[in-house]
Design a protein around this ligand. Structure first.
Ligand code: WTA
Length: 673
């Protein structure tokens, strides 16, 4: 075994002092509590639900039955408001002057909202939405960069019971349209422009000609970010910044039913049409709070853990709010716990390579949560940009979105966390959180203060979660280090309830392959010590820089180029992004396959699907490997792209195409990034 392999397989321990003050102090306590939580989930979740201030108490913790009604209903009959729990209650309890959301701009502007200030800002925005005719149950689409108005508008929606649908800023105007149409949004909130690395970039301009084709939209509410007068104007435009400014700070919180939808968030699946994942009010809130409290163990208003109100820990999650991580881990869970939560406008490498660490120093960050792709991007620059800053306040680190592999794990542990090496390495824990848009919050995760870590493993299940590994026929796989389908055999409050407008699709996608289970779509394995390792997707979802993209969506964007007859994409390993997109493109008869055309197709995809969706490698091919039923064999495409063993091609309708593709791939040679 090489030195590195030995290091990789060691157990790493969190700093012992973290356990002293932790809510859960030992692994024995964790195991006992976990056992109880899965044996009697109703009791466990009833206890956790006490963290919420209810307008009316719920009557039953869970009604459902497996396998018939796996999801069921949670906290049945309860009335509450998520915004009230995140904001108002802290003011009413006398913490109005305590800091809540700390927003930092690219240009170092700091907006540190106290809970009172946040309440006023959210109330004004909620009144502005009301003045545009938005009522309980209406859908509002938010397409905004990481400005404070994004956080405030989502809370404003929650306040009045409107359902927000946030679209990641890196997606295209067409994606915004698809999502608006699917859930019939009445208002679109959008920024005039975006600031990126010191320069204004277009945002609203991209809607030109597209927003006109969204009949459900009654108003386009424009947030002034740069105030540039030249951005595209549309007759349904409203100056949202001005409208908000003139509103009153009085706006009651709408009492919502526990099962009322809180938001829709679209996510990629196996078909070209993104799924509108629906999360509810009570279950999502309770699950998010519970996971954050036990995993990160930060001091917050729910439990100061000996700290003063101002001396509370500082939580910084670097995700974009356009993804589930931003929803759950920047806004809803930390604020509902009464934590100080940091939201940063910009990218990690501008104006310098140490920007994250500078923010940590400046704001006294104690808990830092990012993605492996960000770590890989930063480790290229070595230790110097990290060491320039004082990171002594940091207590815990964390990752999400993909496997945190050994090189980046080691760098994070040693360079950022200053963890020791040697026989029994000790340091700031790296929380490896495994979850999905669909699951609301963490499913498999280490409790930062106490769980011994293995690099690359998301360790053990959270409370109330029972993971199972299954083979194709649904039999349990108990053998260690054996790849299997990853599923859960009991529901939990944070699980999505449905796909917006298509409940059948929800049931078919997640609950049908293994009846009585929720199927994640991932492969996983377990080792002899019970540690779980996620091995990646079993379906057509591709993760690029931790961003979840569907093959079919990317292909649809490529196919919409006039020179393209057909295409198929697969993931290709990339040193920073984890994976990048490798596209096989068949051109229309008579079209010349040139390097220029490749660039043009790439550009076309960028504009129609958004900068987040970029086929970095294009290979022209005369045909694609298909089964007799016409399905593209993606396994073969992946193998050809990476020049690895292709395996059995017996089921192909056109096996002769394989050799052609292998030859074409050879011509591309080594791919450098
Ligand atoms: C992957 C992100 C390994 C997984 C919160 C999952 C991970 C998909 C991890 C969901 C992790 C997420 N280790 N893989 N810690 N976290 N994944 O919906 O494939 O954007 O199914 O949610 O990301 O991606 P999503």
């Amino acid at each position: 075994m090489s030195e590195s392999d030995k290091e990789k397989q060691k157990i790493y321990y969190p700093l012992p002092e973290l356990a002293e003050n932790a809510r859960i102090k030992s692994m024995d306590q964790y195991r006992e509590m976990w056992k109880k939580s899965v044996e009697n989930p109703r009791e466990f979740w009833a206890e956790e639900a006490k963290m919420v201030d209810w307008f009316e108490p719920y009557k039953e913790v869970w009604t459902g039955s497996t396998p018939e009604d796996f999801v069921g209903k949670w906290f049945v009959g309860g009335k509450l408001n998520v915004c009230y729990n995140c904001v108002d209650r802290w003011v009413e309890k006398g913490y109005g002057d305590a800091k809540s959301l700390i927003w930092m701009g690219e240009d170092d502007t700091l907006k540190e909202f106290t809970f009172s200030e946040l309440k006023d800002a959210v109330s004004k925005t909620a009144n502005a939405l009301k003045s545009l005719g938005i009522k309980k149950g209406d859908r509002v689409c938010l397409w905004l960069p990481m400005v404070s108005e994004l956080a405030i508008t989502m809370l404003a929606c929650a306040r009045i019971g409107a359902i927000h649908s946030i679209v990641f800023g890196g997606f295209s105007a067409e994606s915004v349209k698809d999502r608006i149409d699917d859930s019939q949004c009445k208002v679109l909130v959008v920024a005039d422009q975006v600031m990126r690395a010191g320069r204004p970039r277009p945002m609203k301009d991209n809607l030109k000609g597209i927003i006109e084709t969204c009949p459900s939209i009654e108003h386009v509410a424009v947030v002034k970010v740069t105030g540039d007068e030249n951005v595209y104007k549309y007759e349904k435009d409203v100056d949202f910044t001005a409208l908000v400014a003139e509103q009153s700070t009085e706006c009651p919180c709408e009492p919502m039913d526990a099962e009322d939808p809180l938001f829709i968030l679209y996510t990629s699946g196996t078909t070209g049409k993104p799924k509108g994942v629906v999360h509810t009010t009570a279950g999502y809130l309770v699950y998010g709070m519970s996971t954050n409290k036990y995993v990160w163990d930060y001091s917050c208003l729910i439990d100061l853990k000996g700290d003063t109100v101002e001396g509370r820990d500082v939580w910084y999650c670097t995700a974009d709010i356009g993804w589930i991580t931003g929803h759950t881990q920047i806004i809803y869970s930390p604020l509902a716990l009464g934590a100080k939560t940091v939201m940063y406008e910009g990218v990690p490498t501008w104006p310098h390579k140490g920007r994250f660490w500078e923010i940590c120093e400046k704001l006294g960050v104690t808990h830092f949560y990012t993605a492996p792709t960000a770590i890989r991007a930063l480790m290229k620059y070595g230790e110097e940009p990290v060491n320039k800053f004082d990171l002594s306040k940091l207590k815990m680190l964390g990752t999400v979105g993909e496997v945190c592999n050994w090189p980046e794990w080691k760098w994070y542990w040693e360079v950022v966390g200053k963890g020791t090496t040697g026989e029994k390495p000790v340091g700031r824990p790296i929380v490896d959180s495994y979850w999905q848009t669909e699951t609301g919050s963490y499913m498999m995760v280490n409790l930062g203060a106490i769980t011994p870590m293995k690099p690359g493993s998301c360790t053990f299940p959270f409370f109330g979660i029972n993971p199972v590994l299954l083979d194709e026929d649904g039999n349990k796989v108990t053998k260690s280090m054996t790849q299997a389908y990853f599923a859960y055999d009991m529901p939990w409050p944070g699980l999505m309830r449905t796909v917006w407008g298509d409940h059948e699709r929800f049931v078919k996608t997640y609950l049908t392959k293994f009846p009585g289970h929720y199927f994640t779509g991932d492969y996983a394995q377990i080792d002899d010590d019970g540690y779980y390792f996620i091995l990646g997707r079993s379906d057509d979802v591709i993760k690029v820089s931790g961003h979840r993209l569907g093959s079919a969506e990317v292909e649809a964007a490529i196919n919409s180029h006039e020179a393209v007859a057909e295409s198929a994409v697969c993931p290709y390993p990339h040193p920073v992004k984890g994976s990048t997109i490798f596209a096989y493109v068949t051109l229309m008869t008579g079209v010349e396959p040139t390097e220029e055309l490749k660039k043009e197709i790439q550009k076309h995809v960028r504009t129609t699907a958004g900068p987040a969706v970029y086929p970095e490698i294009i290979m022209f091919s005369d045909a694609l490997p298909k089964t007799r039923s016409g399905k593209i064999m993606r396994r073969v495409l992946k193998a050809i792209a990476t020049q690895s063993d292709i395996g059995n091609t017996m089921t192909l309708a056109n096996p002769e195409v394989v050799q052609h593709l292998i030859d074409e791939r050879k011509k591309l040679g080594e791919i450098k990034f």
